[in-house]
Design a protein around this ligand. Structure first.
Ligand code: PEP
Ligand code: MG
Length: 572
């Protein structure tokens, strides 16, 4: 039997199924009419929430778990949900006005919230339903004084089957022997997808009710590349998939072997292959995958998952750590790019009708200069420990660049007066991710040392397609000829002034785009570290002259479909 789902982490695993069941707590139907008894139920609920928060806090501070920033984010979201006044109020109301027990009130309110989140059109928000389910289970466990069943040891080659992995599962489960995941619910942004991708474990989500056909111990194949599960495969199918698996293993081993080779095209052009990171810990992965530097260090994470702004000292020690760990390889630090889809609750930015077009990134930095100055001071102070560069996000006009540069000049002056060491000629660049900036690249380039093209936002703004809205995702395409003309213009204008251009949006890791961008003259590709070897493989096997021809041919094409078909042929 074959079950279809959405492949969210590529690769093939062949193993045996383990069904991960949520410990179901049933509605008791008990009616509590006595006022004092109701108050006791409320107290029991409140205490269960306090214990639940303490539990999550203790997972957060458990050093042995080696939590990544994204794990901490999940836990912070849970703490936020646990303290959610609406959920608390709804549960109190059910106990008081509807005479329900705390147990029943929690089940009903959480079920309602999960249902509401699951039906949200925004896939990212929809995926938060598993956070709500998870905190509901945690409160119930504490209310009914049941112990947590984490830390289970799985057998070798386990493929976990679940409705949806809860965020706590993804953090606390011992998945060292887990080789695959398949879930009934969930989409590209689900926790299962995030953890599977990060750990390189094949995974399929959104398999639907057919998943209930799988029993504990069933032989099973998860094809995360095609999004297909094969249940109880016969020996011939197993042979075929083992062969496919071997091809993938060999390919991975081959790509690993490229790690120490320089990224030089067949006709001798050096191309910089850099990585995008959000934390110092990720640097190891960058160098393991042959990355020669960091083309984009997002600093938002440092500001997220907390209640107050990070101090100058906190920021300084973070940037210093990155500078030291990168051992003089270049690291481009982008100043705060908050707003839009990345909100900071403690910033108190009022809701906006069009957050992507609103108060965000450099606009906030220039408005709240005290915050901007602290960040610039921290980066400059750290600059003596490595090869740091500064980059401003979301530039839409010349005045913003000039104002931001003036801030940098003032901070440098201040540090000089104080006798604090910093790199006075620290490299300065801007993100080109707004069409106006791409069109006036010839003007902006006079102000900076380099450009980095942010195709994620450039596509969003050029095509008027919300990058987070799955309903219109078919229109979001970096091969749109309009987008390609903007990218090409940016590179051409920068090169006229002998300045360098990188690209740090997702397009940099799209193998179909590699030759096209090389042909346009792109100097630096910056991407998720794990994808560097496959892009290097394309670069070293091809020549700039071939890439130029590809670029010329593509610029003569009218629509993304023709371009994609052509590029697929070329890369074959
Ligand atoms: C981009 O917009 O392409 C980019 C790299 O920045 P972010 O994804 O952080 O907006
Ligand atoms: Mg961007």
């Amino acid at each position: 039997m074959r079950i279809k789902g959405v492949g969210v982490s590529a690769g093939i695993s062949i193993g045996s199924a383990y069904i991960l069941k949520e410990a179901k707590t049933l509605v008791s139907g008990i009616i509590i009419s006595d006022k004092e008894a109701k108050e006791i139920e409320i107290k029991k609920f409140n205490q269960a929430v306090i214990t639940a928060i303490e539990e999550v806090e203790s997972i957060k501070s458990d050093k042995s778990l080696n939590l990544k920033p994204e794990d901490l984010d999940i836990l912070d979201t849970q703490i936020e949900f646990l303290g959610d006044p609406q959920i608390t109020e709804d549960i109190h109301e059910k106990i008081f006005n509807e005479s329900k027990s705390a147990n029943d009130a929690i089940i009903e309110v959480i079920d309602g919230a999960v249902h509401m989140f699951r039906n949200m059109e925004d896939e990212y928000i929809g995926a938060r339903s598993s956070d709500i389910r998870d905190i509901g289970n945690r409160i119930l466990r504490n209310l009914n004084a049941r112990s947590v069943s984490s830390g289970k040891q799985y057998g070798k080659n386990t493929i976990l089957i679940a409705d949806d992995l809860s965020p706590s599962d993804t953090i606390t489960l011992d998945i060292s022997r887990v080789i695959g995941f398949a879930t009934r619910y969930g989409g590209k942004n689900s926790h299962t997808a995030i953890i599977a991708k990060a750990k390189g474990i094949p995974a399929i989500v959104g398999c639907g009710p057919e998943l209930t056909n799988i029993r504990n111990g069933d032989a099973i194949i998860v094809d995360g590349t095609c999004g297909e599960i094969i249940l109880n495969p016969d020996s011939e199918i197993i042979r075929i998939y083992k062969a496919k698996q071997e091809i993938i293993f060999n390919e991975q081993a081959f790509l690993k072997s490229l790690r120490d080779l320089p990224a030089i095209t067949a006709d001798g052009q050096n191309v910089r292959l850099y990585a995008n990171i959000s934390s110092a810990e990720e640097l190891e992965q960058v160098f393991e995958n042959g990355g020669e530097g960091v083309g984009l260090m997002r600093t938002e994470l440092l500001f997220m998952g907390r209640d107050t702004l990070p101090s100058e000292e906190e920021q300084f020690s973070f940037y210093k750590q990155v500078a030291i760990k990168s051992k003089n390889r270049p690291v481009i630090i982008r100043t705060l790019d908050i707003g839009g889809d990345k909100q900071l609750p403690y910033f108190g930015i009022p809701a906006e009708n069009n957050p992507s077009l609103g108060y965000r990134a450099i606009r906030i930095s220039l408005d709240k200069k005290d915050i901007f100055f602290i960040q610039l001071r921290a980066i400059l102070r750290a600059s003596v420990f490595g090869n740091l560069k500064i980059m401003f996000p979301m530039i839409s006009n010349l005045s913003e660049v000039k104002q931001a540069k003036e801030c940098l000049r003032q901070v440098k002056l201040e540090l000089e007066h104080m006798g604090v060491d910093f790199d006075p000629s620290i490299g300065l660049g801007i993100m080109i991710e707004i069409p106006s900036a791409a069109l006036m690249a010839d003007i902006l380039i006079n102000e900076v040392d380099f450009f980095s093209i942010g195709t994620n936002d450039l596509c969003q703004y050029t095509l008027a397609v919300d990058r987070m809205n799955d309903k219109v995702s078919a229109l979001y395409n970096h091969f749109n000829p309009g987008v390609l003309r903007l990218i090409s213009n940016v590179i051409e204008q920068a090169h006229k002034q002998n300045k360098s251009v990188g690209l740090c949006g997702e397009m940099a890791s799209d193998p179909l785009a590699t030759l096209l961008l090389l042909g346009m003259g792109l100097d630096e590709f910056s991407m998720t570290a794990r994808l560097i070897p496959s892009i290097k493989n394309i670069l070293i096997k091809n020549s700039v002259s071939k890439a130029r021809e590809v670029f010329k041919n593509v610029m003569g094409m009218d629509d993304p479909e023709t371009i994609i078909n052509y590029l697929q042929e070329v890369i074959k």
